[in-house]
Design a protein around this ligand. Structure first.
Ligand SMILES: *Cc1c(COP(=O)(O)O)cnc(C)c1O
Length: 429
C-alpha cells in the first residue's frame, strides 16, 4: 500500500523557491542541478546536515551521551570525511562501509563494527585494530572471534535482545522474539563465560537497539532500563563494563507526527542510567546512542524527471526516471516521501495522480495530486530521502545508480559520480 500525499504540500513543505517558482535546494536551483548532474539525483544539503549535527551535539552533550552515526543509512567517502570532523563515532556493518570510512580518513578508534552475520574478514578487521569496538551479535560470532584471535585484541560490546517491541513496522523492528538480532538471556550468560576464559577480548560494554522510526520515548526508555539490567548482570559476574549503547531508531516525522524531544529524552536516559548504577554501587557509565535516519534523512532530496504520463480510466500515472532501484523504501515498507513539484509550474489546477518509477515492477512511489499540465521533462522531487535510499539502491533492470551531490550555501559539488554503462558491466566476464 503506498501512501497518499497532502497535495497542498506540493509547493509549500518548507521549500525555497526562486522568483519563477523553481525549487531551490541548498541555494541552488533544481533545474541547474538536474542539468549539471543528471537525474535521478540524490541532493544532500550540507546546511541541513550541519543543523542536525548541531542539534544532536547539543542534546547529547547536555546528558553526556556519545553519538555514533549509523553509516548504513547513507555513507560515501566524503560523508565519512564530514563525520570525521565531528566528535561522533561511526557504526559500520560491512567491509564496504569500513573501507569507505577508511578512505574518508575516519579514525579507527572511533569506529564500531556491527552486523548480525559477520564474515571472517570482518572479524579479522576488528582483531587487526581497524575499529575501536566490535559489537558482538551472537555466540557463534564470539566463538569464532575467540578462536581467530592469535594475539589480536578488540574491545567487545555484547548486543542483547531485550525483548522490547517498538511500535514500528515489522521490517524495521530489531528486538523481541520475532527478530534475529542480539543475544538472548541464556546466550548472554554463555557469552560472559566465554569472555571470562578468553584473553584479549575485554568486555567493554552492552548494546541494545530495538528498531527504527520510533516516535515515542517510552520504548526507548524501557530499553535503557533493560540494557542497564544486562550491565548489572555483567557486574555481578565480575566484569566492569564501561559503556551502554541504546541504539538508534529516532523517528523522522513526515506529516503530522511530532519529532522526539531529543534533549529531554537523552537527559532522561542519563538520569535512569545513573540511578541504576548508583544502586549497583558502580560509577556512572559512558552512554551511547546511534542515530542513522534522524541524522541524515532530512538532508536528502531526490530529483527526478518526468518521462511519461498516462491515463487509464480514473487513474493517472506519472512515470519518473527513477523508482524502485534508487529508492526501494515505498515498495519495501510503504515509506512515505512528500513529493514536490520542482519545476516552475502553477500547481493548480491539479488532478489525482500516482507517481511511479520506471522499473519492470509496479513501483508506485506515492499517491498525490499533480498539476494537470505536468509533462515530460518537468522535474519532481521526493523529500526526506537521505536515509536508506541511496544505501539500499540496486542495479535492478541494470539501471545506473544515481549520482550524489552536495549542496549548501549556494554552491554544489559532486560527492558520488553516477554509475556509467562501463560500471554496470565492469565485473562481467
Ligand atoms: C540501523 C541501526 C541503527 C540506526 O537506526 P536508525 O533508525 O537509522 O536511527 C542504530 N543501531 C543499530 C545497531 C542499527 O542496526
Amino acid at each position: 500500500m503506498i501512501e497518499t500525499a497532502d497535495w497542498k504540500n506540493l509547493t509549500a513543505y518548507g521549500q525555497r523557491r526562486d522568483v519563477d517558482g523553481t525549487l531551490v535546494i541548498g541555494g541552488t536551483r533544481a533545474d541547474e542541478l538536474a542539468r549539471r548532474y543528471g537525474t535521478p539525483l540524490l541532493v544532500v544539503d550540507r546546511d541541513v546536515l550541519d543543523e542536525t549535527v548541531h542539534l544532536f551535539t547539543n542534546a547529547a552533550q547536555a546528558a553526556r551521551i556519545e553519538v555514533a552515526y549509523a553509516g548504513k543509512a547513507l555513507l560515501f567517502t566524503d560523508l565519512a570525511r564530514y563525520f570525521a570532523r565531528t566528535t561522533f563515532a561511526l557504526d559500520v556493518c560491512s567491509l564496504g562501509e569500513l573501507h569507505t570510512a577508511e578512505r574518508g580518513s575516519f579514525p579507527a578508534d572511533r569506529m564500531h563494527l556491527h552486523g548480525c552475520g559477520k564474515t571472517d574478514e570482518e572479524l579479522e578487521a576488528a582483531l587487526a585494530g581497524r575499529v575501536g569496538v566490535i559489537i558482538v551479535d551472537n555466540l557463534f560470532e564470539l566463538e569464532r572471534l575467540a578462536s581467530m584471535r592469535r594475539g589480536g585484541t578488540c574491545k567487545v560490546v555484547l548486543r542483547v535482545n531485550v525483548g522490547i517491541e517498538a511500535h514500528t513496522h515489522d521490517y524495521v523492528r530489531t528486538a523481541g522474539e520475532n527478530t534475529k538480532f542480539g543475544l538472548s538471556e541464556a546466550d548472554f550468560a554463555q557469552a560472559l563465560a566465554l569472555l571470562r576464559r578468553t584473553e584479549g577480548l575485554p568486555l567493554f560494554g552492552i548494546h541494545s537497539h530495538i528498531g527504527s522510526q520510533i516516535f515515542e520515548a517510552a520504548p526507548l526508555l524501557e530499553n535503557v532500563d533493560a540494557t542497564i539490567g544486562y550491565v548489572a548482570r555483567a557486574v555481578r559476574a565480575g566484569f566492569a563494563p564501561q559503556l551502554a549503547i541504546f541504539g538508534g531508531g529516532f523517528g523522522v516525522a513526515e506529516r503530522g507526527a511530532e519529532d522526539l524531544d531529543l534533549r529531554a529524552l537523552f537527559l532522561e536516559m542519563r538520569r535512569r542510567a545513573d540511578a541504576a548504577t548508583r544502586e549497583l554501587g558502580i560509577g556512572p557509565l559512558r552512554l551511547g546512542v546511534e542515530p542513522g535516519r534522524a541524522m541524515i534523512a532530512r538532508a536528502g532530496t531526490s530529483l527526478y524527471r518526468v518521462v511519461a504520463t498516462k491515463h487509464f480510466g480514473a487513474r493517472r500515472f506519472v512515470v519518473i526516471d527513477g523508482g524502485l532501484a534508487d529508492n526501494p523504501r515505498p515498495a519495501l515498507y510503504g515509506a512515505f516521501h512528500q513529493p514536490v513539484v520542482a519545476s516552475s509550474k502553477a500547481v493548480e489546477p491539479a488532478t489525482q495522480a500516482t507517481i511511479c518509477g520506471r522499473s519492470c515492477e509496479n513501483d508506485e512511489m506515492v499517491e498525490t495530486h499533480l498539476p494537470r499540465d505536468l509533462a515530460c521533462g518537468d522535474l519532481l522531487a521526493l523529500t526526506t530521502t537521505g536515509a536508506y535510499t541511496f544505501s539500499m539502491a540496486s542495479n535492478y533492470n541494470r539501471f545506473a545508480r544515481p549520482a550524489v551531490v552536495w549542496v549548501g550555501g549556494g554552491s554544489h559539488s559532486l560527492a558520488v559520480a553516477r554509475e556509467t554503462l562501463d560500471d554496470i558491466t565492469r565485473r562481467d566476464s
